[in-house]
Design a protein around this ligand. Structure first.
Ligand SMILES: Cc1cc2nc3c(=O)[nH]c(=O)nc-3n(C[C@H](O)[C@H](O)[C@H](O)COP(=O)(O)OP(=O)(O)OC[C@H]3O[C@@H](n4cnc5c(N)ncnc54)[C@H](O)[C@@H]3O)c2cc1C
Length: 485
């Protein structure tokens, strides 16, 4: 394959897929002054609605703080546009969160997220990106192959049309056909790494009967011992998006009763809140949630003028909320590379892959615990898990540095090396000298969210203490970065 170590780099960009990774890649190329055509197989309407090409459209989506910052460098008007579209600002530090060791402290402020439904988020991003100079989209155009054409590619569509570009960016998601397109071009087949903990999602939108918004979200995490979790998140128009999730045999099925399912979690708080809400629409299931990462760019001979981003390159267990943030980070890498002095597609592809390194280690490290495969982990991994657990205990005891460190890791804002800060080591030594402290009680705001439904007794609605008395040091499960916020 021809090399493309050129000054100036490619000029005409074709992006396959107009979902979040593709749109942000298009914004990146436009910011670097390139002309961009986005090819999308779905017809896109002017309204935010779930669509076939994004099967996860009806599921809750959180945009981690790192993702919001990176996307905002490409689309400076994004936070304002999200708020104008009804996004709800949530302080993820004070949001009630039942982690592996019980209710976490909810008095330490942390990063905000702007919460809204996935179709609304994508619609806002799409409107901003399609308003950028040099960007156009062709809808109803399903790409079915690539062909070399001079220094670039002819991108063929199923309707018989084609588009030329000297850089093609595949952002066509988990279902990307890139492995077979590469094979057709004579490249060895890529065998992706996979870790699939068989997580299942069941979600539904709810509202209060009087339409008043709920003040915050609630998370109840699963553990390997009780592999069922859930969350409720405020979204636009007074909605509360509710998720029930379970691993393996605990995956919610087609006939799931969400309230009954959520009543079986380690704390039944979500079922209690749900009792006072009315469903809007139907329950949506999703089971394509395994972690899968391709090795594109690692072998010699990666084709010039070709890049793969987003879920097409690396898809995660969605529970960690990382996919969009990784797509936004990759878009920044693309913009910087296009604006740089020398261009090399294999090198850029390797950089794109590296954006996913830390999120991948978080998601797969946690999922291996659900698969009962921690025994085969390296000694370094086991040591790091044990230390992370220790810092998790500090978090539960209200240590602000431990809390902020987990928050920074969860939002992809910091480095795992921050876990080794001497102040945390000192705090851990001191903790071992003191008697165990009690886990914090259920946050007070929860009581205001539980409205007795028809026929429901006031007593259960009014409960505000923790369901079981626990001491922080008596729980053995590990606290990964997913237990921060
Ligand atoms: C259940 C679930 C929940 C999730 N929750 C979160 C979350 O909370 N936070 C988060 O950050 N991420 C979350 N994710 C991940 C997130 O949805 C993706 O990372 C994000 O949408 C970016 O994906 P993408 O753009 O690469 O691909 P996708 O969103 O899958 O989009 C692919 C696009 O390519 C188009 N396409 C496909 N094939 C072709 C073709 N041949 N020609 C033309 N167009 C094509 C499709 O129509 C679609 O528009 C979740 C994922 C799932 C499954």
């Amino acid at each position: 394959m021809s090399s493309d170590r050129t000054a100036g780099g490619p000029q005409v960009v074709v992006v396959v897929g107009a979902s979040l990774a593709g749109l942000l890649a298009a914004a990146a190329a436009a910011q670097a002054g390139r002309a961009v055509t986005v090819l999308e197989r779905d017809e896109l309407t002017g309204n935010p609605q779930p669509r076939k090409g994004v099967a996860q459209s009806s599921q809750p989506h959180v945009l981690l703080h790192r993702g919001l910052l990176d996307a905002t460098t490409l689309l400076p008007g994004l936070p304002r546009a999200l708020l104008d579209a009804g996004a709800v600002r949530i302080d993820t530090g004070t949001m009630p969160w039942f982690g592996p060791h019980g209710w976490q402290p909810s008095w330490i402020s942390s990063f905000d997220v702007l919460s809204l439904t996935r179709p609304r988020l994508e619609h806002v991003v799409r409107t901003l990106v399609l308003g950028l100079p040099g960007v156009r989209v062709r809808t109803g155009s399903r790409v079915d192959g690539l062909q070399r054409d001079g220094v670039g590619w002819r991108v063929r569509c199923a309707d018989g049309g084609s588009v030329w570009g000297d850089l093609v960016v595949d952002a066509s998601g988990r279902g990307s056909r890139m492995p077979s397109w590469l094979a057709a071009l004579g490249h060895p087949r890529d065998e992706p790494e996979t870790v699939d903990a068989n997580l299942g999602y069941a979600s539904r939108l709810y509202r209060r009967p009087d339409g008043a918004p709920l003040p915050t979200g609630i998370v109840v995490q699963a553990t390997p011992e009780v592999p069922r979790g859930g969350l409720g998140l405020p979204v636009e128009d007074g909605g509360w998006m509710v998720l029930a999730s379970g691993y393996g045999a605990d995956r919610p099925g087609r006939d799931v009763d969400l309230r009954q399912y959520l009543a079986t979690l380690r704390d039944p708080v979500l079922a209690e809140v749900l009792a006072g809400l009315e469903p809007v629409g139907k329950v949506s299931l999703h089971r394509q949630t395994g972690n899968r990462r391709h090795r594109y760019g690692l072998r010699r001979g990666w084709p010039s003028g070709l890049l793969v981003v987003g879920d097409a390159l690396c898809a995660f267990n969605p529970l960690y909320g990382q996919g969009i943030a990784v797509g936004a980070g990759q878009a920044r890498v693309l913009r910087d590379a296009l604006g740089g002095r020398r261009w090399s597609s294999p090198r850029v592809q390797r950089r794109l892959r590296r954006v996913a390194d830390f999120p991948w280690s978080v998601a797969t490290g946690e999922d291996l615990r659900y698969l009962g495969m921690t025994g085969s982990a390296s000694w370094l991994r086991r040591l790091s898990d044990a230390w992370t657990t220790e810092v998790g205990f500090l978090l539960m005891a209200g240590d602000r540095r431990a809390f902020r460190t987990f928050s920074r890791l969860y939002h992809l804002m910091g480095s795992p090396l921050e876990l080794l800060h001497p102040a945390l080591v000192l705090a851990a030594v001191r903790r071992h000298r003191r008697p165990a402290t009690a886990a914090p009680p259920r946050p007070a705001v929860v009581a205001s969210m539980i409205v007795p439904g028809p026929g429901q007794a006031q007593s259960s609605a009014g409960r505000s203490g923790p369901p079981r008395a626990r001491t922080v040091s008596s729980v053995s499960t590990s606290a990964g970065p997913s237990s921060g916020r």
